[in-house]
Unconditional design. Structure first.
Length: 315
């Protein structure tokens, strides 16, 4: 496995994957709408190819000459569009004789419909990949530690000492960092003995919101408290941040995003707890704890460290 087509390369989840691929001696090929999007960034040296995720022929063309596809995909709140993403990846792999597909779902995926089109759409993408007859590894991470350093979270942690999240106080979450997700993906690409399958992954400990705040306080050297937001409060805050209005329309993207946490918070047993024993029996990689990850972050600077490359990808 050498040349790997990376989908979602300019997004937050693509950055550590490209870095991990290069460290493993593999060659990432970034599939971009704008093939010049990496210019002026730390990834300017990465080979690129123009591609439209929603166009099958474009995807087939982008996958010529690659041996594997590693995908992070945008959340879409339309199941037909989600299915198209999966079908186009499958077509690209099948038409080009790709040896393996590795997909990061970017979220928990239920085993049955839960009436959230973004979640259910992930299931449709998974099914298209599984039906392609191409060997695959599908990673279903619980919740990303890196959410804590995004622009909708980090400023309050740094400036106000408040970690606000749409999780009820007793919701346990096995947080995992993006670098560890990338490490699992690369291990699946470089080992032939890992069977095709869906792999739910998370960090080594399931934490309550107060426990996250305790660990952040220890690392940052100052008191940080947990503010348990309701999903509606979260949606309103996201809308205000992006649009300038706290008004959330039903079925809007902000309401849909909050729907993830409505589902999580309503379950009798948290679906965000990882079964690490199962994963540890298959994979060599061991993920970092939240405290270990937090020690690598700058808790004096309120800005998002991934913003520059993400904004370049929107060009």
């Amino acid at each position: 496995m050498n040349r790997v087509l990376v989908l979602g390369a300019t997004g937050d989840q693509g950055h550590p994957l490209i870095t991990r691929l290069e460290k493993a001696g593999l060659t990432p090929i970034a599939a971009l709408r704008n093939p010049d999007a990496f210019q002026g960034t730390e990834f300017a040296h990465v080979e690129t190819v123009q591609a439209d995720l929603y166009d099958a022929e474009s995807m087939i063309g982008a996958a010529r000459g690659v041996e594997a596809i590693a995908a992070h995909l945008p959340f879409v709140f339309d199941r037909e569009k989600a299915a198209a993403l999966g079908n186009n990846i499958a077509a690209a792999a099948t038409e080009n004789g790709v040896k393996k597909i590795v997909f990061n779902t970017s979220c928990f995926v239920a085993d049955k419909n839960n009436d959230n089109p973004a979640h259910d759409g992930r299931r449709d993408i998974e099914q298209a990949i599984m039906d392609s007859e191409t060997p695959y590894a599908i990673f279903e991470p619980k919740v990303f530690m890196d959410n804590l350093i995004r622009g909708w979270n980090k400023p309050a942690i740094v400036n106000q000492g408040i970690f606000a999240y749409p999780a009820k106080p007793d919701l346990l979450i096995s947080w995992i960092c993006l670098d560890d997700v990338a490490a699992y993906m690369v291990e699946a690409l470089t080992r032939d003995d890992i069977p095709s399958g869906r792999y739910a992954i998370g960090g080594p400990e399931a934490l309550l919101g107060d426990q996250v705040a305790e660990r952040l306080s220890k690392v940052a050297g100052k008191a940080i408290t947990f503010n348990s937001l309701t999903p509606d409060q979260f949606a309103s805050g996201m809308s205000l941040l992006v649009t300038g209005s706290a008004q959330v329309e039903p079925l809007s993207i902000y309401d849909r995003m909050a729907g993830f946490y409505r589902f999580y918070n309503e379950q009798d047993v948290s679906p965000l707890i990882a079964d690490n024993d199962t994963i540890d029996n298959l994979f060599v990689h061991r993920p970092a704890s939240l405290e270990q990850w937090a020690e690598q972050q700058d808790w004096m600077d309120p800005t998002d460290p991934a913003l520059k490359v993400r904004m370049a990808g929107m060009a």
